[in-house]
Ligand binder design. Structure first.
Ligand SMILES: [Zn+2]
Length: 132
């Protein structure tokens, strides 16, 4: 992972402005557009409302899109709802290695730290696999 300086961070698009596949969260999504047959100049999208015109290269099928921020929120909700057994199998951490005096909060904290240390592609793969 590269470290961003302040300038580069500001140039990153906001999550609300980025569309991803509604199913798998991939940013490798495509839409059908009309282009001028002679000049290849972009004219318009084929149909914004029609899923058939939207394509996810990772799913290799037509998919609806959602914003990256919506998808991340869905992943966060999923992560927070996981039981300890699932958390242990995903993170490789063991609840018994942590103090139970605080209601296993230190285990939860360690799991959350692990989760936050994963990049987006790893997170969405874990999330997507769990949904199928
Ligand atoms: Zn997809």
């Amino acid at each position: 992972m590269a470290l961003y300086d302040g300038k580069a961070t500001r140039e990153e698009p906001h999550d609300e402005d980025v569309y991803v596949c509604n199913a798998c969260g991939s940013i490798k999504i495509e839409i059908q557009v009309w282009v001028n047959a002679n000049t290849n100049e972009y004219l318009s999208d084929v149909d914004d409302d029609d899923t058939d015109c939207k394509w996810c290269a990772d799913c290799e099928q037509s998919q609806n899109f959602c914003t990256l921020s919506d998808y991340k929120q869905r992943m966060e909700d999923w992560w927070k709802d996981l039981d300890f057994i699932t958390l242990e199998s995903i993170t490789g951490l063991h609840e018994t290695d942590y103090s139970s005096e605080d209601g296993s909060q230190s285990f939860i904290d360690a799991c959350n730290e692990w989760w936050n240390g994963q990049d987006y592609d790893t997170q969405r793969e874990l999330y997507f696999k769990s949904q199928s």
